[in-house]
Design a protein around this ligand. Structure first.
Ligand SMILES: [Zn+2]
Ligand SMILES: [Zn+2]
Length: 337
């Protein structure tokens, strides 16, 4: 797509989902909720297209019809979802840190409660970065989707397809994050880039995206780059029969990844935290130790890569490594006898 085509699409008011609503004369002057209401009414008609849509699909379609410009609709959607998911998920941690001292017994570093000033400074920096660093890639995402045949039409794919794709993104992002995070702890990279993120030795929710813009970009590739790569492979190699990727799946994946990032910086490890039921899940305990020791525990979502590459930190991990080394040396000694 040429730059002129892009400008034309950006300025051309035209929604590809408008066909869903039969009475388009009302659509042009309707509010978002009026459009949703029309879809609801159409859904009452048995065998109509809308009757097969669930609530989320109707809300999604209403958004694209309401904005009436697909590039603008995707750009705005991504930006709004990012802000709501990130700050919305930070809010419970902010409340717990500042207003619920009874939960402090679950704080991993209980003596290090962030001050209001620290939280406010962090909030301002993150917000500024959202506008500066992430605004442009967000607006360019829809044209890229069109090129890679990432669909945004309704209905959505089945939940099993979405779950499998999201599970794959979690796995590869974790490996990407592990590799780049480990690289960021080397000399020049640490001093000039990653040191910013390590300003807080005891992290809190808002600190998840407090980082140098270069780090936000590099680690962001792990989140957005793999869906793009997946869509590229699915389009270029149809013989693999990969299910096509939907924009809703990418949105859901980004929301879950944001939740994971905020939670891992929360500083709280509850008896009901996910890592207590799913031991491969890293959670806050894993990443808090990284901020505390400045070394080890580089992965984002899972514990396996730090185990495999022997980069776990903390006293428990040290003891486990020493035990493993002892067992190995005993085994090799027995073999020699
Ligand atoms: Zn680090
Ligand atoms: Zn961190």
């Amino acid at each position: 797509m040429s730059a002129m085509d892009l400008v034309h699409q950006l300025t051309n008011s035209n929604s590809s989902l408008a066909h869903i609503i039969t009475n388009t004369s009302i659509v042009n002057h309707a509010s978002y909720f009026q459009i949703y209401e029309q879809l609801q009414q159409q859904a009452m008609i048995v065998d109509s297209f809308a009757s097969n849509l669930n609530i989320i699909e109707k809300l999604w379609a209403s958004w694209y019809i309401y904005i009436d410009n697909d590039i603008l609709a995707t750009g705005l959607l991504f930006f709004i979802v990012h802000e709501i998911a990130y700050f919305g998920r930070c809010l419970p941690w902010f409340i717990i840190d500042n207003m619920v001292p009874s939960l402090r017994k679950y704080k991993i570093q209980p003596t290090k409660i962030p001050t209001m000033q620290e939280q406010w400074e962090c909030c301002k920096t993150v917000l500024k970065q959202h506008f500066l660093v992430e605004a442009l890639p967000i607006w360019l995402f829809h044209p890229l989707c069109s090129q890679l045949k990432i669909t945004f039409d309704v209905p959505f794919p089945g939940w099993k397809v979405m779950a499998a794709q999201i599970a794959f993104f979690f796995f590869v992002e974790d490996l990407w994050h592990y590799s780049f995070h480990r690289l960021f702890h080397f000399g020049w990279f640490y001093k000039n880039i990653h040191k910013v993120h390590h300003r807080y030795a005891a992290p809190f929710g808002l600190a998840a995206e407090y980082a140098h813009p270069a780090e936000v970009m590099a680690l962001g590739v792990g989140t957005v780059g793999f869906p793009i790569l997946y869509a590229y492979v699915a389009k270029t190699y149809p013989q693999y029969d990969l299910p096509s990727l939907h924009l809703f799946t990418i949105t859901l994946w980004i929301v879950l990844r944001l939740f994971q990032a905020v939670d891992s910086h929360s500083g709280y490890d509850f008896p009901w935290s996910l890592n207590k039921f799913l031991p491969i899940w890293a959670g806050a305990a894993h990443h808090d130790e990284h901020h505390h020791y400045f070394i080890g525990n580089y992965a984002s979502s899972f514990t396996w890569f730090d185990k495999i590459f022997e980069t776990e930190c903390g006293t428990l991990a040290k003891r486990r490594r020493e035990n493993n080394a002892k067992v190995k040396s005993e085994e090799s000694y027995k073999k020699k006898i």
